[in-house]
Design a binder for this molecule. Structure first.
Ligand SMILES: Cc1cc2nc3c(=O)[nH]c(=O)nc-3n(C[C@H](O)[C@H](O)[C@H](O)COP(=O)(O)O)c2cc1C
Length: 418
C-alpha cells in the first residue's frame, strides 16, 4: 500500500498543478543534477576511477539479471521492512556515507537528516562530513544513524571519533577499507579539484578535541600554493569555513594548519587485519566492514568478530576495472552463510535493483549518489521525495513480482540474461 499511497499523492498533486520536484526515475537524476551543480561539485560526485569502467559495470551487472514475476499470489498485504542489528527498518536501504555533501547543498547533512527523520531511514554519517556528527544527530531525532570511519594514522583520533559516535547515538561503526588512499579520478584531476584542500568535508576533524591538539604538531606545509588571486580566494573560503572568528583564524593560520594536518593523518595505507582488534576492543557497537569483494576476505572478517559486511567498490571510485558489486555478492553471501548481514552498494538506482540485490542475498543496500543529486536539485525536499519514491518502487516491484515480503525473494525469482 505504501507504493499506491505515493502514486496517489503524486497524481492528485497533478490535479492541483503540482509536479514532483525530482525525476521519479532514479537514473535520470544525474543528468538533471549536472545542470544545477558547479562543474567542480558535479565532477567530484560523479567521478569514478580511471576510465570509469567499474562505474558502468556496477550498473550493467544489474542488467544481467532478469526478474521473472510470479502471478496469482495475493499480494494485497505487503511488508518491505527489514531487521538489522536489532532494529526494524522501514525499507531495505540506508543512506550511504557520502563526504562533502556541502558540494551539493549548503545545508548538507542537516537537510538529509531532515528528510530521513520522518521516514526512519537510517543515515550513515561520513568521516568526511560537512557537518559535525553531533549536530547531524540532533536533527535525526530517533532515526537510526551509523558512523563511517576512515582509519587515521593517529589511533587517538580513531578512538575519539568512535567515542563521539557512541555518544551521539550511532548504532554501528562502518569501517571503510577501500580508501586507504584516494583513487585515480580523472574528472577531479582534470579540474585539479580536491575539496579537502579547500577546507570542505573536514568538519569531523575541526570539531574534534584530539584533532585540535594534533594540529599543534603539524609539520611544514606540504601544499604550498603559488600566491595567485585564486589562491587568495581559496584562503578566504577556507578561513571562513573554519569554526571561530574569521580574523583570528586568518591571523593564526589555523584553517591552513587544519588542512595540512588533515592531509597528513587522513588515511593509513598500512592498515591490515592486525589493526582490527584495536577497534573491536574500543567499541561494543556492531562493526561493519565496507569494501569487501572477495569471499576469503569475508571469511576472515568473521574470524575477527566483525558484525556485518558491505560489498562495495565505493561506487567505482577507487579501482577502475574492479568487479561489479552485484557480481561479487553471491560468493560473499555463500562464504558468510548467514552468520552476519551482508549489505551491498554501488550502482543501486531503483526498486528493481534493490529487489535483485535482495534476491541474491543482500539483507539491504546503501543508496549513494542518487540522494546527493536529489539534494542538489531540491534540498531536503528533494531527498525526502527520493526516499518516498524508492520505498514506493520497492513495494510495488516486490508485490508485482508476486511476493508479500522480502523473505520470499531468492535467486529463483531471477534468470541470468544471455
Ligand atoms: C561524492 C561521494 C563521496 C563519498 N564519500 C564517502 C565517504 O566519505 N566514506 C565512504 O565510506 N564512502 C564514501 N562514498 C562511497 C559511498 O558510500 C558508496 O559506496 C557509493 O556512493 C556507492 O555507489 P553509487 O553512488 O554509485 O551507488 C562516497 C561516494 C560519493 C559519490
Amino acid at each position: 500500500v505504501v507504493g499506491i499511497n505515493r502514486q496517489t499523492a503524486i497524481y492528485t498533486g497533478g490535479v492541483s498543478g503540482r509536479r514532483p520536484r525530482i525525476p521519479t526515475d532514479v537514473t535520470q537524476l544525474e543528468e538533471r543534477a549536472r545542470s544545477v551543480m558547479s562543474a567542480d561539485a558535479f565532477g567530484y560526485v560523479a567521478a569514478g576511477a580511471g576510465s570509469e569502467e567499474t562505474v558502468r559495470e556496477n550498473r550493467a551487472a544489474f542488467g544481467r539479471w532478469a526478474l521473472v514475476p510470479r502471478m496469482l499470489r495475493d499480494v494485497s498485504k505487503r511488508d518491505i521492512s527489514v531487521e538489522l542489528f536489532g532494529r526494524r527498518l522501514p525499507a531495505p536501504f540506508l543512506l550511504a556515507p557520502v563526504g562533502v555533501l556541502e558540494l551539493a547543498h549548503r545545508e548538507a547533512e542537516l537537510a538529509v537528516a531532515r528528510a530521513a527523520k520522518p521516514l526512519g531511514v537510517p543515515l550513515i554519517m561520513s568521516n568526511q562530513g560537512s557537518q559535525p556528527m553531533e549536530q547531524v544527530s540532533e536533527s535525526l531525532g530517533d532515526t537510526p544513524r551509523w558512523f563511517q570511519l576512515y582509519w587515521s594514522t593517529e589511533n587517538e583520533l580513531v578512538e575519539s571519533f568512535v567515542s563521539r559516535a557512541e555518544n551521539c547515538g550511532c548504532e554501528a561503526i562502518v569501517l571503510t577499507l577501500d580508501t586507504t588512499t584516494v583513487g585515480w579520478r580523472p574528472r577531479d584531476l582534470d579540474l585539479a579539484f580536491l575539496p579537502f584542500l579547500r577546507g570542505r568535508g573536514i568538519a569531523q576533524y575541526t570539531s574534534d578535541p584530539v584533532f585540535s591538539r594534533l594540529m599543534d604538531e603539524a609539520s611544514t606545509p606540504r601544499f604550498q600554493p603559488r600566491p595567485t588571486l585564486a589562491a587568495l580566494r581559496t584562503l578566504i573560503e577556507l578561513t571562513r569555513r573554519f569554526p571561530g572568528p574569521f580574523a583570528k583564524t586568518l591571523r593564526t593560520r589555523r584553517a591552513q594548519v587544519a588542512v595540512q594536518r588533515f592531509s597528513e593523518i587522513f588515511s593509513r595505507p598500512s592498515l591490515s587485519w592486525d589493526d582490527l582488534p584495536f577497534l573491536r576492543e574500543r567499541t561494543s557497537l556492531p562493526i561493519v566492514l565496507k569494501g569487501i569483494l572477495r569471499s576469503e576476505d569475508a571469511k576472515r572478517a568473521l574470524d575477527y568478530g566483525v558484525d556485518g559486511i558491505v560489498v562495495s567498490n565505493h561506487g567505482g571510485r577507487q579501482v577502475d576495472g574492479s568487479i561489479a558489486t552485484l557480481d561479487a555478492l553471491p560468493d560473499v553471501v555463500a562464504a558468510v552463510d548467514d552468520r552476519v548481514p551482508v549489505l551491498l552498494d554501488s550502482g543501486v538506482r531503483g526498486g528493481a535493483d534493490v529487489i535483485r540485490a535482495r534476491a541474491l542475498g543482500a539483507r539491504a543496500v546503501l543508496i549513494g549518489r542518487p540522494y546527493v543529486y536529489a539534494l542538489a536539485l531540491a534540498g531536503a525536499q528533494g531527498v525526502r521525495e527520493l526516499l518516498e519514491n524508492l520505498i514506493a518502487e520497492i513495494d510495488l516491484t516486490m508485490g508485482l513480482s508476486g511476493c508479500q515480503s522480502l523473505d520470499e525473494l531468492d535467486s529463483n525469482l531471477l534468470r541470468r540474461r544471455a
